[in-house]
Design a protein around this ligand. Structure first.
Ligand code: NDP
Length: 400
């Protein structure tokens, strides 16, 4: 069917690439390009014996638009799948515009020197993508991504109006380390040490980090502590779900993780302000990343499950309705299938599906769109087929 250029070759990219190679009819050819080309070459060598997908590799620094343009012109992909870091979103979008190629990512742009992510920078590309006749599909991971598609699906099939959404992200996996992050440590720690916020009655309500705690009894997992965080899909769902009154996002954290994080914060290790160390400028959080376990090394050690989904409260035929849509994923099964733990798996699978939606022309709209703005049905079907089956539960336990 077509060719995809995948930028980045970390935890999430590795899963997406495995999945593209399982789906050779659609992904006839992929080029894996990243800063460290040896990682791309190693993955190519592992996978090419197992797949009909033709794999090539390339070195690229995605901070440089001219390098990206040269690469896209050489590879001539139908879609660019950005699985590098949020800092590279805009340079990759610029390169897609210059070469007229569709764009997909899993995380919204965040300037490297301010831990603040929001969509305004990427939404500013709307008119240019529209004029160029190409699509930018934003947030095709799990959250954002699948949670956004769950919301569009609930609205399409179960509700006349959705008033409340609680997005619950539970990782009950145990990797045996006292402290490690399940995806890029720098991005992860920036996210969880930031102030929390939720959307209520048309505006943001800000909270202190980890200020709001709830306990929830997750299906197939059991009771876990969860904390309210700011999360990027809230911003777009607040605009795209008519009638919405409140959207909150909760993530589970164990006590050991929180104690370590607090201690690292207290000593200044999570700061993104550069400091001088032995005559060299270093960023404490980047140094911390270098000493923490690489998330891709967690795969063989992690046991347990994730449960990520959304609880909706709204109206159907004039009556109140409550619904929970979620996916449960098992760390060890993911590792067996693609050599990665479930956090990378739950992001990499929807990244592949998003690229497939554009490659096959199933989703076709010129401009910049969040994922809930497309028809959710083909994506939901693909989730069942490609390893992330979902469950719909009526009248679930609610979060107070
Ligand atoms: P990793 O750190 O494991 O991988 C990042 C990859 O990008 C590495 O291969 C890295 O190269 C490469 N890279 C970084 N900077 C550049 C650059 N300037 N030029 C080219 N390549 C570069 O991250 P993850 O796989 O954990 O995360 C990938 C993305 O997925 C992130 O944006 C993250 O926010 C997002 N994510 C989204 C989720 C969702 O549900 N929506 C959940 C989890 C993650 P090198 O090997 O040289 O370091």
């Amino acid at each position: 069917m077509g060719k995809v250029l995948i930028i980045g070759c970390g935890g999430v990219a590795s899963v997406a690439i495995h999945k593209c190679c399982q789906n050779s009819e659609v992904f006839e050819e992929i080029c894996i390009a990243s800063r460290t080309v040896s990682k791309c070459d190693a993955l190519k060598e592992k996978l090419e014996k197992t797949t009909k997908t033709k794999i090539t590799t390339a070195q690229v620094n995605a901070d440089h638009v001219d390098e990206l343009i040269a690469l896209i012109e050489k590879v001539k992909p139908d879609v660019v799948l950005n699985l590098a870091l949020p800092y590279q979103d805009l340079t990759i979008m610029d390169a897609c515009l210059a070469t007229n190629v569709h764009y997909v990512d899993t995380a919204n742009y965040e300037p490297e020197d301010t831990a603040k992510f929001e969509y305004k920078w990427q939404w500013a590309y709307r008119e240019r993508f529209e004029k160029a006749g190409i699509t930018a599909l934003l947030g095709s991971g799990f959250d954002p991504g699948v949670t956004s598609v769950f919301s569009a699906y609930a609205l399409k099939h179960y509700f006349d109006e959705i008033n409340y959404i609680d997005i619950l992200d539970c990782n009950a996996g145990d990797h045996g380390y006292p402290f490690a992050t399940n995806f890029n440590p720098e991005i992860n720690i920036r996210e969880v040490s930031a102030k929390g916020s939720y959307w209520e009655n048309g505006h943001w309500v800000e909270t202190e980090p980890m200020e709001i705690k709830r306990v929830y009894n997750f299906p197939q997992i059991g009771e876990k502590d969860m904390y309210l965080l700011h999360h990027e899909e809230i911003e777009s769902l607040a605009l795209n779900i008519p009638g919405i009154k409140r959207i909150r996002f909760f993530m589970t954290f164990g006590q050991s993780y929180l104690t370590h994080l607090k201690c690292l914060e207290n000593v200044g290790m999570t700061s993104i302000e550069p400091i001088m160390y032995e005559g060299k400028e270093i960023v404490p959080l980047q140094f911390l990343k270098a000493v923490l376990p690489d998330p891709s090394s967690l795969g063989p050690r992690t046991k347990g499950k994730t449960n990520i989904g959304c609880i909706f409260i709204g109206k159907k035929d004039g009556k109140e309705k409550k619904l929970y849509i979620y996916n449960v994923c098992d760390h060890e099964s993911c590792f067996k299938e693609v050599g990665s733990q479930a956090v990378a798996y739950t992001t990499g699978v929807p990244a592949m599906i998003g690229a497939m939606m554009l490659l096959t022309g199933t989703w076709k709209k010129a401009g910049v769109y969040n994922i809930e703005e497309f028809d959710p049905d083909p994506f939901m079907e693909a989730l069942n087929k490609w390893g992330l089956p979902w469950i719909v539960e009526e009248n679930p336990e609610l979060v107070d």
